[in-house]
Design a protein around this ligand. Sequence first.
Ligand code: ADP
Ligand code: ASP
Ligand code: MG
Length: 422
Amino acid sequence: MGLIVHKYGGTSMGSTERIRNVARRVAKWARAGHRMVVVPSAMSGETNRLLALAKELAPSRTTSASQREQDQIAATGEQVSVGLLALALQAEGVDAVSYTGWQVPVLTDSQHTKARIQSIDGARVAADLAAGRVVIITGFQGIDGQGNVTTLGRGGSDTSAVAVAAALKADECLIYTDVDGVYTTDPRIVPEARRLRSVSFEEMLEMASLGSKVLQIRSVEFAGKYHVPTRVLSSFTDWDIPIEQEARSGTLITLEEDEEMEKAVVSGIAFTRDEAKITVVGVPDRPGIASLILGAVADANIDVDVIVQNVSHGGRTDFSFTVNRNDYARALELLRAGVLGSADATEVIGDPKICKVSIVGIGMRSHVGIAAKMFRTLAEEGINIQMVTTSEIKTSVVIDEKYMELAVRALHRAFELEQDPA
Ligand code: ADP
Ligand code: ASP
Ligand code: MG
């Protein structure tokens, strides 16, 4: 019998009826003799609702003081969830207790709205487990060294769950969600997408960082760093299916390549609409220009993703990069106000209606021509590629947002992802 962490997402916690189902499933595991820790998210839509309320009253420019209050507000969604789930378990006759992040405590840094977990004190939880209690811990939130409530960024409950599993040295972390595993791409966009029985940690890390929101990227980082066996599975199966069957379902994130691993060259396709493109036109082609432009952006705490600098003509060139769409207006404004003149550029233009589509696979290491096939497939659909970036196990393109679904479907077909690899 092991120590098991279950995580339930917003949809799985979406109503009192669903919470009752979660409680029954957890009770089944507890009655089988496992020591159980459960990390639920806020009920679906709740975090959005809370953040929308905050936005109504917030100043247009976010400050660290306003972000602190945003966390104070957003963290309440998970507090309600843990209390409800504890009540539902008690109603099932199971001894259960709930804790918020500060009660555990889950210590984070002070970067409000995107805090990182630094340590988790497992003592209180361990004592409850030893007393035979199911322990329910809020996802998404923690507390910093000064006693401020922090949140871990959208989708952060995945990270809470894997971090709790790592801290308690759990035998397994099961991430229950509204799909029955990790698919070759988002099954909402490509209905033919296929569930992967296992996916390597490296591929999952790329998929998550390139936009597959099935797992928050930091949860995958924790799983890799602390060797937490992590599985993504459905919360919508009947709660009373046999535990052995449930424990083998879904998708396992594997740390080592083994025979079980599928041997596809491309394993998955990820995409994101979260980015926007900015071009500084007609900059002199001389040392220091990239650092002048990107330095100004970095000073404003804006992350840059894809960067492209063109070959120069007549000593001038264009310099393009992408930023998160939320930072677009601010980045454009600061470059026009501060950098346009000092960089001696012609103009600063931008396009917030772009998207990034990426193919991911560890097989790309040992196969040539994969990027070429990607570009050919997009060309056949008449899709213009605006930017490209590659690494050992992924190729990403930036394209017009209106072609996103077309591109994902065409690539899924071209790389035969709907078929089981032999
Ligand atoms: P939860 O509320 O349980 O955390 P999320 O909405 O955060 O659930 O993540 C699950 C969703 O991720 C799915 O409903 C699916 O639309 C989306 N998704 C994106 N990419 C993938 C993928 N490759 N495999 C499975 N689901 C994916
Ligand atoms: N409730 C938070 C969110 O909506 C955290 C999570 O669901 O993982 O982002
Ligand atoms: Mg999620």
